[in-house]
Every structure is written in C-alpha cells, then in structure tokens.
Design a protein around this ligand. Structure first.
Ligand SMILES: Cc1cc2nc3c(=O)[nH]c(=O)nc-3n(C[C@H](O)[C@H](O)[C@H](O)COP(=O)(O)OP(=O)(O)OC[C@H]3O[C@@H](n4cnc5c(N)ncnc54)[C@H](O)[C@@H]3O)c2cc1C
Length: 457
C-alpha cells in the first residue's frame, strides 16, 4: 500500500503522531509520500505568510537532515497529486484549527479525498481532548467553561510519548528534490528554538505567570500560541512538562494549565458548532443591528482611534503579528461596543494579521467580547478604554513603545487625550493635527450598546 502522510501544520519531528502511525502500521505499508500542503495568503497577511513560510522552510530543512524529502504541494492540487501517485490512503491531523483559509480544514479535505476513493485516517495532533469524549451527562457539549474545566481538569495526566525511530520512517519515504522557494531564513521558528524557548519559560517566567500576564510593555507570557498554531510543539508534551513540574508552584502552574484548557474548550465548541465561525452563538443576538462603518473600521485597523491604548495595541498587532491577551480583549470590545461594528469584521482582520491565528480561540475570543458567545462577557459589563489604560499601562510604557509620536508627553495625559487636550498641546502635540482626536464618546456608545442589546432581551 502507498500511503500519503499529510504534514498539514504538524511541523515537528518529535512527538509527531503521523510518524507514529506509520511506524505502527509499517507491515502494511510499501511506500510513504511525505506531503506538505502549502497554504496561500492574501496581500494583507504578508507578515503572517513570511512567518508561515519561514517555519515551513526550517521544518523542511530539518526533515532533509534526517533524509526525509517531502513533496510540497498546493492545496488545490493535493487530491490530484495523491491520485496521480497511486496513493490509496492518507493519514493527516484531524484537529488543526489554525489554517489561514477555511477550505484547508479537515472536513473539506477529507471529503475531497473520499470523492477520489482515497481513504482517510485522521489522527489527533494538536489538542489533548477528543470532543466526542467530553460531553456532559446529557450527552451534550459543555457550554460553560468553568463546568468544562472542573469536569475535565482531573483527567489531565502524564501520557506516554511516542516510540518511533525517525530513521526507520525515513527509509520508507519516496524522495522529492523540492525545497521551499525563496529565502525565509529570518522568519518563523524551528522546532529546536521552540523547545528551547518553552523550557526557558518553564525555568524562569512561569513562576510569575499571574503577574506577568498583565504586564504590557514586554511579552512575558509563553507565546506558546505561536508554536501550537504551526504544530511545532505537541500539546501532550506541554501538559506532561507542566504536570511534572507542577509542585514547584501550584498557583501559577494551575493558572497556566487553566488557559490551555480554555484553548481545548474553544476547540471542542468549534468542533460541535462550526457555524459559529460566522454567526452569533446566542441566537437571540443574531439580529443585532451592527454598524458597517468602513471609515471607523479602517481607523481601528490602522490604530488611529485617538484612544492611545487601542492605537498602541493595533500598532503591536500590525508590526509584530502578535498582541497581548489583555489587549485582544480591550481592542475587540472597543470595536464591537464603542464602535458597535460586527465582530466578524474584527475576527477576519485578526485572521489576516495574527501569526498565532487559531479559528476556535479567535472566533470565541471575539464572541466573548461581543457578548454574543456562549459564556461571554455580559453586554452591560463594557470595558472603558480609558480605565483599562490607566489600570494596565499606568506609566504608558506600552503606549510609548507602539505610538512613538507622543513619546515626549507626560504619561498621565496619555490615557485620556480628550480630557488632557490642553496639556498635551502645551507639550507640543496638537490633537486633530499631529495626532487624531478620539473618534467616539465612550458614554454615548455605552448608551447605544445598552439599548441595542436590551431590545433583543
Ligand atoms: C479577541 C481575541 C482573539 C484571540 N485570538 C486568538 C488566536 O487567534 N489564537 C490564539 O491562540 N489565541 C487567541 N486568543 C487567546 C489569547 O489571547 C492568546 O492565546 C494568548 O494571548 C497567546 O499568548 P501566549 O501564548 O503568550 O499566552 P499564555 O498566557 O502564555 O497562555 C498559554 C496558552 O494558553 C492558551 N490561552 C491563553 N489564553 C487563552 C484564551 N483567552 N483563549 C484560548 N486559549 C488561551 C493559548 O494556547 C496560550 O498559548 C484570543 C483572545 C481574544 C480575546
């Protein structure tokens, strides 16, 4: 039998369940084609594309070091390629949610293979829990995070790692001469570097996780979201490492584990309710009369809202492809509440920009902020951007890092430029000329949000 091993964002040599599958079934396999389907990106997603190709190129180089020479195939050509090579079975990761395009998802890819008579083996590669095993007593998916967490947290345990020998796997592979075109050496991350950074985080920062995660001027969290989005690290290994070191500092370790279980929860929800990628989880809010004001949307995207904390966060996103969790919550609330713009627009913009984009976490993060999701923030608990700025960026270090025009202004004036317009002018910056004025009045927005939601209660 000829088998296609579809390395769809499982860019790792260690703990790779696709290699394990080959090793376990080697008696039935004559030849393997290692295939990497390549994703395509829009112009707006150029930074993310570079990160993707950089990571891919590093992975291909590592595979070459072990004499595995994968075929690089466009998604549009994937089924045709397999058919042409006489492949009768493909094995692929069934739980990746970080693709740039929805058409790369497992459901669509599986259907396409099956139409051509190619059987599909789908394995867990990127999540810990299997959605079908996480239902409640009534046989339904959990819809509230705390209940999911309480029920499934005790089931986390150290699990055995894989036992394949990569040299044996390499011997079974048909070789291609292909390489990733272009030089992406300065972008992306290798598996070795991701392992190094993860163990460095475990050695140093995790023991201050609860404090560090709210610190804005620098990223002191794990950035595991990036490594998980490309499958560079395995979630089972991550949980194993956390459980092994847990006694060192239960509080911080538990907080961290809780966040990873959030990721699992959103993955399970998205598996059961894929339609929520585009529509409100709560039906009663499907008729909200969102705004589609493109001018305001563009000002938000470009970080020109006049609320410096928002502008700084959008600056972080646009220049690094990453944004702190706190700020993801703040800017998404600003878009969906202060500007009352449809959350799907924000979700789509994050998809173009975030190098750690994951459909389940992003969609449900946005629906949380928009108050349309399951277990979401209630609409009447609306963030005030000025209060958020005062609380989380007291000395305006984050603001000054990403909005350099106002570097010379006293920090205390930067949280609310409207209130301190005169003082800011005295220090050399005229609002409306040198920097945009605030584009909305927060308390008027609040009144509007309350009445729109109340109308549908
Ligand atoms: C509007 C919005 C959009 C988001 N979009 C994404 C996205 O596209 N991809 C993504 O991975 N995360 C997303 N998140 C969740 C969270 O912001 C990121 O996972 C986190 O900031 C990544 O940084 P880190 O790895 O350093 O996090 P750490 O604080 O080190 O957390 C460790 C891991 O826990 C998980 N995690 C942490 N917070 C959350 C959360 N709120 N929801 C789900 N999982 C979480 C992630 O896997 C993360 O890597 C979004 C949140 C919001 C509010």
């Amino acid at each position: 039998m000829k088998v296609g091993v579809i390395l769809n964002r499982v860019f790792r040599l260690e703990n790779n369940p696709l290699f394990e599958y080959i090793s376990q079934n080697k008696e039935d396999i004559d030849q393997c084609y290692f295939i990497i389907p390549q994703e395509k990106f829009d112009k707006e997603a150029e930074m993310k594309a570079n990160y993707y190709y950089g990571t891919l190129q590093k992975f291909v180089d590592t595979l070459h070091d072990y004499d595995i020479q994968p075929f690089l195939v466009d998604y549009d050509e994937l089924t045709h390629f397999c058919k042409d090579k006489g492949i009768s079975e493909v094995v692929l990761a069934g739980d990746i949610m970080s693709y740039h395009e929805e058409k790369y998802d497992i459901l669509q890819q599986s259907a396409s293979f099956k139409n051509e008579g190619i059987s599909v083996v789908s394995v867990r590669a990127n999540h810990y829990f299997k959605p079908s095993k996480t239902r409640n007593n009534k046989g339904e998916p959990y819809k509230v995070f705390t209940s999911f967490y309480k029920k499934w947290r005790p089931y986390l345990m150290k699990r055995s790692v894989f036992s394949y020998d990569i040299k044996d796997i390499a011997k079974m592979g048909v070789k291609s001469q292909q390489k990733v075109k272009g030089d992406y050496s300065q972008y992306g991350i290798s598996e070795a570097d991701a392992q190094y950074r993860w163990s460095d985080f475990l050695d140093k920062d995790i023991e201050n996780y609860n404090t560090n995660r709210e610190y804005l001027p620098e990223v002191l969290t794990s950035q595991l979201s990036i490594y998980l989005a490309y499958g560079v690290l395995d979630i089972i290994q991550i949980f194993n490492d956390l459980l092994e070191n847990y006694d060192k500092d239960e509080q911080n370790y538990e907080s961290f584990i809780r966040e990873l279980i959030f990721r699992e929860f959103y993955y399970v929800l998205m598996t059961y309710y894929p339609e929520t990628a585009h529509q409100s989880f709560k039906d009663k809010y499907r008729d909200l009369q969102w705004s589609y004001n493109k001018e305001n949307f563009n000002l938000w995207k470009e970080g020109k809202t006049g609320f410096l904390i928002i502008d700084a966060a959008m600056g972080e996103l646009n220049t690094t492809g990453y944004m702190h969790n706190r700020m993801r919550m703040v800017v998404s609330q600003f878009l969906t509440k202060d500007l009352f713009i449809d959350w799907t627009w924000g979700e789509e913009y994050f998809r173009q920009k975030l190098i750690d984009y994951d459909s389940a976490s992003n969609v449900h993060g946005w629906q949380w902020s928009a108050s349309t999701g399951t277990d979401a923030v209630p609409y009447f608990r609306m963030f005030n951007p000025v209060r958020q700025s005062e609380r989380f960026d007291k000395d305006a270090l984050y603001i000054k890092k990403f909005v350099q025009t106002l570097n010379d202004i006293d920090a205390k004036y930067l949280h609310d430029t409207h209130k301190y317009e005169r003082q800011i002018k005295e220090q050399g910056i005229e609002l409306g000329k040198d920097y945009p004025k605030q584009i909305v009045n927060h308390s008027e927005s609040r009144t509007h949000v309350m009445s729109e939601f109340k109308a549908l209660e």
